[in-house]
Design a protein around this ligand. Structure first.
Ligand code: PBG
Length: 311
């Protein structure tokens, strides 16, 4: 009793955002090989999944599209096509569950034939300013679908301000921006790229994602995001970057989010499958540590499992 009373940190379902992968086939359901227990879902299954999660107390979802290779091109054209299956599905989700908080990702990679977050020129260079135009159209199309939180994960310079202006100019002043402020060039995104089949076709993301060796640089990135109008600051990945979460928490008044990414989930899920550790305890300790470090919000593939275990 006393132990519980003096416990400094508690994780609740209110803190969690559950990332989901949307398939084009409405009836599709395919497990992600490298993420045991996590499925890519067509809209029919996704509506059921969201309904179940809402009953368990998880009310926020970050929905990513799985785009067939045939729909991909250099300019990520489908990312701002309001007739594309992703956008129509988002509208359906918001119509069925207006009480759910829906977040989307702004970056070109799921729709890009190059598998990069920005436009790639003939020399393999990422074109920052040209990319902003695509990102702006993408964010506006998502906002028009009724999305609550726009999540720019692309790491182009100036994108938060650019997107904020476009949203405001079009009357979406209430749509929030959760900026991936300190997003590191990490090996822990591997399973996510399997899930979306979105790995870069050549090169890596080191010219726009942060160097894992740098902590102070996160302050520079966060300063820019605050100035440009972000509503939340995010650190990603979470477990290998607890110091960065603490740093941002100590230096900013905005809510801090942390993304407990696909590789962090996969390590626990795979070891648990082998019987090498207890999944529930490892999950609880991971989420607790991320919150203890200073995260107000945690994006995690464990969200539903955590909620079920709390029942
Ligand atoms: C897209 C994006 C990525 C993730 C979220 N948005 C992958 C990447 O940057 O390569 C990773 C999430 C995860 O690993 O769970 N830019």
């Amino acid at each position: 009793m006393i132990r519980a009373m003096v416990e400094e940190t508690k994780v609740t379902t209110d803190d969690l955002i559950f990332p989901l992968f949307l398939l084009e086939d409405p009836k599709g359901k395919i497990e992600v090989n490298s993420m045991p227990g996590i499925y890519r879902l067509g809209i029919d299954h996704m509506l059921k999944e969201i309904e179940e999660c809402l009953k368990l107390g998880v009310a926020a979802f970050d929905i990513f599209p799985v785009v067939n290779e045939a729909h991909k091109d250099k300019m990520a054209t489908k990312s701002h096509d309001s007739g594309f299956f992703y956008i129509t599905a988002l509208k359906e989700v918001k119509k069925r569950f207006p009480e759910a908080c829906i977040m989307t990702d702004v970056a070109m990679d799921p729709y890009s034939s190059d598998g990069h977050d920005g436009i790639v020129d003939e020399n393999g260079k990422i074109l920052n300013d040209e990319t902003l135009e695509v990102l702006g159209k993408m964010a506006l199309t998502q906002a028009e679908a009724g999305i609550d939180i726009i999540g720019p994960s692309d790491m182009m310079d100036g994108r938060v301000g650019y997107i904020r202006d476009i949203l405001d100019d079009n009357g979406f002043t209430e749509t929030s921006i959760m900026s991936y402020s300190a997003k590191y060039a990490s090996a822990f995104y591997g399973p996510f790229r399997d899930a979306l089949d979105s790995a870069p076709k050549s090169g890596d993301k080191k010219t726009y994602q942060m160097n894992p060796a740098n902590q102070r640089e996160a302050l520079i990135e966060a300063d820019l995001d605050v100035e440009e109008g972000a509503d939340f600051l995010m650190v990603k990945p979470a477990l290998a970057y607890l110091d960065v979460i603490k740093l941002l928490k100590d230096n900013y008044e905005l809510p801090i989010a942390a993304y407990n990414v696909s590789g962090e989930y996969a390590m626990v899920a795979a070891a648990a499958e082998k019987g090498w550790l207890d999944k529930t305890s490892a999950m609880n300790e991971s989420l607790l540590s991320i919150k203890r470090a200073g995260a107000d919000i945690i994006l995690t593939y464990f969200a539903k499992e955590f909620a079920k275990n709390k029942q």
